[in-house]
Design a protein around this ligand. Structure first.
Ligand code: PRE
Length: 356
């Protein structure tokens, strides 16, 4: 037997063992699934998945790096959750959108996905129990907050169960061979605005911009329009067979978007938690200061504050806040207690902090 065949033989033996062990793992997963279904508890347990990943990374002495361990195990967890209970995942579509990419990174290639055309529809489907999970963008480090997501968090009952940060790279894709033949640029306004420097440098700012509901939808449109270009992900360009002329055209190469996974259960506290709330403070001088002071008094670190207009009330605002800690932490409970009867607070979820 030559060297290659010998090595392949060894790989076959290892694969046989991996398969046997994976099936043994699935046997225990299945038992857990039965317990969870009988007790009606959540299938998805991000804090347990993190605990497994952290333990494996510490134990690891071989050639696998941390990202490889993440990639392999995220797929194992996705298959496991699917075995415990196949659940539907609604996301801001269409297929090929950045949100789709994020959903797949958490729910795997075998997930039962429902692409929807707007953020509000994702929240609707969750409230109607037509899907168990929802994936939506909430903020980008160039363009800021996604207002509609903040508004929907206020209107609907879904809870944030996880956050994911993803690097966003845009491509300029078109059927035109020459830039000067382009008559229209399709993209989502956020994608378009994140590439202004590129557009200026290539003298494309005067070309008509046609906004689309998502960057993936813009790729689909441009694939059917020989005089158009799209600013989209390379995945969307490939999906719709649209040739890519330039890659990574975003102004900020550290361009990142934060996405939320929504569902209907409360996470158990993990190692490093984050909590999100919406707060409507009293319409009186100093009320916001007093509200923020209550966090300082209890040493709760606010990591984000964003204001949104209350649409039916002149110029009154509601505040979206992220802070460190879990809703069940004693100091967080004391903050809520101090504000009870004074400021209206809606808890949006406590979840593992993903870091950036
Ligand atoms: C398992 C699967 C899904 C959960 O999100 C966490 C872990 C796993 O595959 O290890 C098992 C499981 O359901 C559990 O430990 O609760």
């Amino acid at each position: 037997m030559d060297e290659l065949s010998k090595l392949r033989d060894k790989i076959d033996n290892v694969d046989n063992k991996i398969l046997e062990l994976l099936n043994e793992r699935m046997h225990y997963v299945n038992e857990i699934g039965i317990i969870k279904q009988t007790s009606g508890t959540a299938i998805y347990r991000p804090e347990r998945e993190k605990e497994i990943l952290d333990r494996l990374k510490k134990l690891n002495k071989g050639m696998l790096n941390h990202s490889a361990i993440d990639a392999i195990y995220l797929e194992v967890f996705a298959v496991s959750r699917n075995l415990e209970m196949p659940e539907k995942i609604a996301f801001l579509g269409p297929e090929g959108s950045y949100t789709h990419q994020v959903a797949e990174s958490r729910f795997g290639a075998m997930g039962n996905y429902i692409p929807l055309s707007c953020v509000e529809a994702v929240f609707h489907v969750l409230d109607n129990e037509e899907a168990k999970y929802g994936v939506v963008p909430i903020e980008n480090n160039t363009e800021g907050a996604v207002g509609i997501t903040l508004d929907c968090l206020g209107k609907f009952s879904s809870l944030i169960v996880a956050e994911i940060y993803m690097d966003i790279h845009h491509s300029f894709a078109t059927l035109c061979e020459n830039l000067k033949d382009i008559k229209r640029i399709y993209s989502h306004p956020q994608g378009y605005n994140q590439c202004r420097k590129f557009l200026e440098e290539h003298m494309l700012m005067d070309i008509e911009f046609i906004p689309t509901k998502s960057t993936a939808a813009s790729a689909k449109k441009a694939a059917n329009d020989p005089e158009a270009a799209s600013i989209c992900s390379h995945i969307a360009a490939k999906l719709y067979n649209l040739p890519i002329l330039f890659e990574k055209i975003e102004d900020n190469l550290a361009n990142k978007t934060r996405f939320l996974i929504l569902s209907n259960f409360k996470n158990k506290p993990g190692v490093k938690n984050k909590t999100s709330i919406l707060a409507k403070t009293e319409d009186k001088p100093g009320s916001l200061v007093r509200f923020l002071q209550s966090f300082q008094d209890e040493s709760v670190n606010i990591t984000k504050i964003e204001s949104r207009p209350v649409k039916d009330k002149g110029f009154q605002a509601v505040f979206y806040l992220d802070f460190e800690g879990h809703i069940d932490d004693e100091n967080v409970q004391r903050v809520l207690e101090k504000n009870r009867g004074i400021n209206e607070i809606k808890w949006l979820g406590s979840y593992l902090s993903a870091g950036e």
